[in-house]
Design a protein around this ligand. Structure first.
Ligand code: TYM
Length: 325
C-alpha cells in the first residue's frame, strides 16, 4: 500500500522553533516523497480559550507559513480543518467506539486540565478523537509529529482497530514518525517549548527579540559566576545548539564551557546569531508570501477541494458500514 502523510498544527498564534524542528521540517522532507495532507486544526484550537476575532487570520497565517517553509505542493494539500466538515462528523462516529478509560489516560488532557482547571470542557477530553478523524478521513499511513503527540497517535491506532473489528477492515493503522528534535525544551530550561508557557522563540521573532529572549533563558544552574565551569550536557541552551550550530563550533563551546573560558552570555550570543541565520531565509519567504495573499488563498482553496473529495468518499463508506444511509 502506498504511504500517505497527514499532520496538523493548531493556529494558536506564533509558530515556534519547537513546532518547526519537531514537525514542520519533517513535513517538508516527506512532502517531497509522499502524497500528504497538512492541516491547520482550528476546531482543535477552540478547546482552549481563544481570541475569536483573531482565529481566522491565525489559521491563514499558519497555512502561509507551511507554504513558506517549503511543503511541496506538487504532492501535498494544505487546508484548514473547518473547511472540510467531515472531520467533525467522523469524530462523532469515532467517539461512539472510544472507551472513556482510554481518553482518561491521555497525559495532555491531564496536563491541560491541571493548568486550566476553569475550562475543562468535553471537547478537550475528546480532542484526540477529532485528531483520529483528521488522520483516518484520508486513510493516512504516517503521521509526523513531536513526541508530545505520540500518545494521541497510539490512541488513533486503537480506535482504528476498534472500528475495523466492529465494522470490517476500512482504515490502515497510522504510524508515528518522530525526529531527533522530538521534544524541544523551552527557554525556562524545564518544560516543553510551547506558546502557552511563553517559553518559546517564534519563527517570526526578530533578531533582537531572539537575542533578548535568550539573554534571560535558563542555563546550567551551576554556572553562577563567569569563572564557574559548566556541563554542556546539563544545559538546555547547549541542547539547542545541536540544531543550529556546526559540530566544530559546538565542540569549541563545550570545551569553553567546561573550562570556563566561554561564559553563558557568549554561548547564548552565538546561538542567537545562528538561530537568526537559520531563520532568515524562512522569514524572508514568509514576508514575500505576505505580499501575495492570493497565492495562499488559491492553495487553500485547492486543498479544501481535494481534501473534501476524499473526505466525502471516506464518510460515505463509513456511513454505509455503520448502517446510516
Ligand atoms: P500542536 O499545534 O501543539 O503542535 C504542532 C506540532 O509541533 C510539535 N511540537 C513540538 N515538537 C518538538 N518540541 C516541542 N517543544 C514541540 N511543540 C510542539 C507537535 O508535536 C506537533 O507535531 N494535536 C496536535 C495537532 C493535530 C494533529 C492532528 C497532529 C490535530 N490533528 C493529526 C497530527 C495529526 C497539536 O496540538 O499540535
Amino acid at each position: 500500500m502506498s504511504r500517505r502523510i497527514l499532520s496538523g498544527l493548531q493556529p494558536t498564534g506564533d509558530i515556534h522553533i519547537g513546532n518547526y524542528l519537531g514537525a514542520i521540517q519533517q513535513w517538508v522532507e516527506l512532502s517531497r516523497q509522499y502524497d500528504g495532507f497538512y492541516c491547520v486544526v482550528d476546531y482543535h484550537a477552540i478547546t482552549a480559550q481563544h481570541e475569536v476575532e483573531l482565529l481566522q487570520q491565525r489559521s491563514f497565517d499558519a497555512a502561509l507559513q507551511f507554504i513558506a517553509a517549503g511543503v511541496d505542493l506538487e504532492r501535498s494539500e494544505i487546508f484548514i480543518q473547518s473547511t472540510v466538515p467531515e472531520h467533525t462528523e467522523l469524530a462523532w462516529v469515532f467517539s461512539t467506539i472510544t472507551p472513556m478509560g482510554l481518553l482518561e489516560r491521555m497525559t495532555q488532557f491531564k496536563d491541560k486540565s491541571r493548568k486550566n482547571n476553569k475550562n475543562i470542557n468535553a471537547g478537550l477530553f475528546t480532542y484526540p478523537v477529532l485528531q483520529t478523524a483528521d488522520i483516518l478521513l484520508y486513510k493516512a499511513t504516517d503521521v509526523p509529529v513531536g513526541e508530545d503527540q505520540a500518545q494521541h497517535i497510539e490512541l488513533a491506532r486503537e480506535i482504528t482497530q476498534k472500528f475495523n473489528n466492529r465494522y470490517g477492515e476500512l482504515f490502515p493503522e497510522p504510524r508515528t514518525l518522530i525526529t531527533q528534535a522530538r521534544r524541544i525544551i523551552g527557554l525556562d530550561g524545564k518544560n516543553k517549548m510551547s506558546k502557552s508557557l511563553n517559553n518559546h522563540i517564534a519563527i517570526m521573532d526578530t533578531d533582537e527579540e531572539i537575542a533578548a529572549k535568550l539573554r534571560s533563558a535558563v542555563t546550567d544552574t551551576r554556572r553562577v559566576r563567569l569563572t564557574d565551569p559548566g556541563e554542556p550536557t546539563d544545559c538546555n541552551i547547549f541542547a539547542l545548539h545541536d540544531f543550529f550550530t556546526s559540530p566544530e563550533q559546538r565542540e569549541e563551546i563545550a570545551t569553553g564551557c567546561r573550562n570556563a573560558t566561554i561564559g553563558c552570555g557568549e554561548c547564548k550570543k552565538i546561538l542567537a546569531d545562528n538561530i537568526s541565520s537559520f531563520l532568515t531565509p524562512l522569514r524572508d519567504s514568509i514576508s514575500d508570501l505576505q505580499q501575495h495573499p492570493d497565492t495562499v488563498r488559491d492553495v487553500l482553496q485547492r486543498g479544501t477541494a481535494r481534501a473534501g473529495e476524499l473526505a466525502r468518499e471516506t464518510m460515505a463508506e463509513v456511513r454505509s458500514r455503520i448502517g446510516i444511509r
